[in-house]
Design a binder for this molecule. Structure first.
Ligand SMILES: Cc1cc2nc3c(=O)[nH]c(=O)nc-3n(C[C@H](O)[C@H](O)[C@H](O)COP(=O)(O)OP(=O)(O)OC[C@H]3O[C@@H](n4cnc5c(N)ncnc54)[C@H](O)[C@@H]3O)c2cc1C
Ligand code: SF4
Ligand code: SF4
Ligand code: SF4
Length: 390
């Protein structure tokens, strides 16, 4: 099997229902039906920008989940860690790059058994908070009930309406007005999840062709796709040089946009004096109501008895705001492994830009130790390595 293919579901209904030819859905269904895995973890769309995670052993339900849900930011890694015993059950899961990176970081800390987790990665340009997406649509004079599909193509937001028309808008312009994608997605630096068994996306596929570009990233990924092709579940063709070139260009464009946003957000504070920067962040932290949501949601936080618990000596119970030690400790604890998933920021009820400071600190760690979290299972986090403090 070639490393790069264009692939689709042979089943007509799945091909139609899938976002880009239904390869992912057909393969997940095949893995359940063939007994290769016990469960599949996917995402289910719901009314008015709602969604839910779907853990199922029912192939029919897998098909119901076909399609992209760009307002869904499920905490897939955390769900697997908390709710599934991956030593005992075999799982196939879909994941965006940030989900996959968190799974890999947890696996390095023995919280997830990768032998039993097959990751089907989806390329990703970004996701939306439902409330911001509604405001974005408002600004384009679009009613939520008229929307068929929302997506990002290059540097444009595209909104397909039920009446067949398509509205496009410059994503950077929208985001300068705090509309568009989540803040962490703008800065996101991993767009193709090559740490997964398969990395799937529409980049590299010519306009109008119902297929997904699949990069086969593991031996077991190749074996499973080959079996699915043999049994005529999946159709495929070799990716051409032109397909590869198109995909590379799209990835490059997304990375240029991400770098611009990193500079924008990080320079806001790095251009300040020490005093100003301190006042900025401590002012933010003063809003904190110590709800612990940022700690509890973080997919890479996994200490059994967290030092921030009120019965430990660091943070006094019954006092708000908790003081900067709460935040500094949390952020330092995830500095080497923060995958910029944005979950902490999404849940903060007082809107502290938490992922921004965690990502910034992580960039410093990256510079010092040349370590990008979650992209290589065999590379240990710097502070766990014998040369970590050198
Ligand atoms: C939010 C998002 C952004 C994307 N951005 C890009 C991009 O910029 N460039 C690119 O090349 N490809 C991108 N993709 C991938 C692409 O849109 C297709 O998902 C991919 O080509 C597979 O198509 P398919 O028909 O085989 O998938 P389908 O058969 O339609 O299966 C898709 C699977 O993805 C799951 N899913 C849907 N939404 C989410 C979500 N938010 N998080 C996790 N899982 C989800 C569904 O449950 C389903 O199992 C993106 C996908 C998503 C979900
Ligand atoms: S952080 Fe990156 S991978 Fe995750 S949803 Fe945003 S753009 Fe996609
Ligand atoms: S600190 Fe925030 S952005 Fe970083 S991994 Fe944890 S939840 Fe995600
Ligand atoms: S989520 Fe926000 S309010 Fe809650 S503890 Fe974290 S920083 Fe404080």
């Amino acid at each position: 099997m070639d490393r790069f293919i264009l692939a689709w579901a042979e089943d007509k209904d799945i091909r139609q229902k899938g976002q880009c030819g239904g390869f992912v859905t057909a393969l997940l269904k095949f893995m359940l039906e063939e007994g290769i895995v016990d469960y599949v973890l996917t995402v289910k769309d719901a009314e008015r920008f709602g969604y839910s995670l779907c853990l199922t052993d029912n192939p029919k339900e897998v098909v119901e989940c076909a399609g992209s849900v760009p307002w869904a930011t499920p905490n897939i890694a955390k769900f697997i860690k908390i709710h599934l015993d991956t030593d005992k059950l075999r799982l196939a899961t879909v994941c965006k790059p940030c989900d996959a990176r968190a799974v890999v970081e947890l696996a390095k800390r023995n919280q997830i058994n990768m032998k039993n987790v097959f990751m089907i990665g989806l390329n990703c340009s970004g996701t939306f908070l439902p409330v911001t997406l509604e405001r974005t649509l408002d600004s384009l004079n679009v009613c939520i009930d008229d929307v068929e599909r929302v997506g990002i193509k290059g540097d444009k937001l595209t909104v397909s309406l039920k009446n067949g028309s398509v509205i496009t808008s410059d994503i950077e312009e929208l985001e300068k007005r705090e509309l568009g994608r989540r803040e962490n997605c703008r800065r996101c630096e991993v767009k193709i999840p090559r740490m997964c068994d398969l990395a799937c996306g529409r980049w590299g596929v010519p306009e109008g062709k119902k297929a997904t570009f699949v990069e086969i990233c593991s031996g077991r990924g190749a074996e499973i796709v080959e079996r699915a092709v043999e049994l005529e579940v999946i159709g495929f063709e070799r990716a051409s040089d032109e397909n590869l070139r198109m995909r590379e260009e799209e990835e490059k464009l997304a990375m240029v946009m991400s770098e611009k946003w990193q500079n924008y957000y990080f320079e806001q504070t790095s251009s300040m004096s020490y005093e100003e920067r301190r006042n900025f962040w401590f002012g933010m932290f003063n809003r904190c109501i110590k709800c612990y949501a940022c700690r509890d949601v973080c997919p890479v936080c996994c200490c059994i008895d967290c030092i921030l618990n009120p019965w430990r000596p660091l943070i006094k119970g019954g006092e708000i705001p908790p003081g900067p030690a709460f935040h500094i400790t949390r952020i330092i604890h995830v500095a080497e492994s923060c995958v910029n998933c944005g979950q902490c920021q999404d849940v903060c009820p007082v809107e502290i830009p938490l992922s921004r400071i965690a990502h910034k600190l992580n960039k410093e760690v990256q510079k010092k130790w040349n370590y990008l979290p979650g992209v290589n299972l065999d590379e240990m986090p710097p502070l766990s390595r014998s040369d970590g403090f050198s």
